[in-house]
Write a new protein. Sequence first.
Length: 484
Amino acid sequence: MAELVVASNRGPVQFEVDDDGNLSSGRGAGGMVTALGPALAGQAGTWVAAAISEGDRVAARRVARSGRLRTVELAHGAVRLRSLVFDPREYQGYYNRVSNRTIWFLHHYLFDVPRHPRFDRGFRVAWQHYETVNRAFAAACDDEADQGGEVFVQDYHLTLVPALLRERRPDLRIAHFTHCPWADPGYFMMLPGRVGGAILEGMLGADLLGFLVPRWARNFLHCCLDAGYRVDFDGGTVRTEDGRTVLVRTYPLGVDGDALRERAAKPDVMAQGRVVGEQARGRSLIVRVDRMELTKNILRGLEGYGTFLERNPRARGRVVHYALAYASRRDLPEYQAYTAEVKHAAEAINERFRTRTWEPVVLELKDNYPRALAAMTAADVLIVNPVWDGMNLVAKEGPTVSRRDQVLILSRNAGAADDLGEGALLVNPFDTAELAEAIATAVAMPPEERAKRAALLREGAVALPPQEWFGSQRGDLGRFRSGD
């Protein structure tokens, strides 16, 4: 049992099992681990997550036999981990069909509207699986939480958990945090009425709902208003049908600058820095670090870079675009097709512009965190141009570890633009010509302006580091429930 419980689809570590049955673990992927790991570690908390890989499932079964939760060591301390094993068919429906292909697409405005979505019989079955998995998470949180404890539920995978958990444990203080954008009410209404209603009702089972920036919180409040709830926009509250008041707040997540710079100085990152240096060979280094994700806009990023080379012949041979884009959601056909398009686009630029001594684009698809850190450290220019993004921590990590006063080219549709807009070059993520112009401006920017902008970026990037970010939520949850 624990006073503090965190629930998320993906856990803080991912296990692998070798042919001899030996388990090893590595850092879990994604920004949520970056945020919650430092926040939760060392607080004697329990992290409830799905067992995703085969190694995760093996580890979970061994824990079940022992009767004791596994303690995992993170960079900032230890947490107890409870992994939930699901029927593969149920997990597929919950994770791929509903969470990723519907809710994620919805909040990032990714639907190919003439063709998708289709809310057919297959979706209804998948929605039942989504409900089943959310019930299992609620039950696990019930098991792990102390009387009067705090449960922090994470993201769009688990929107039903707060209400389900409240039914079981009205004594608990419950928060839910959304790490992605929230769609405007017109787009949200594309969901079947029963599904959209269940998502709002499920989240409103919490005492506190957190979003990354005010625009996502406002969209949520407008969705509640359109659904018939009493909404106070000035106070940031929603009144539920049973008379409860739910607090809606924003917490703009930053990075832990000292910890990140310490990690970037480790030997493995320094070794990868030599690899990155070989790619640059004294040229201006233009970097992007992303998952191979539709929302990250890698394809338009490459198109903008190609346009830059076309319009700036003198830059040819003097710059190199180092794009690290590790695989994501490989089971979805849209992502398989997108990966193939990105590869083709990178090769097309190289075929058009390469010389005997210069490769304009270096595309790497393997997840290599030390190399990503090394690339951000050495970058002259960092491109972060998502079509939509809840925050985007790369935009904050890059300036924090930079040793070159890097210029940040940032999509105005990223939540990070709210915090970093004064120091970044903001771009319309759909306008590749504007991106090409921004690259030209960044490469030619005078040192004095680079230094001035870099200082603003560093200040904005660390404004609310993970432990303070999480502490602010805990403080608001405690004060709100106690009536202060």
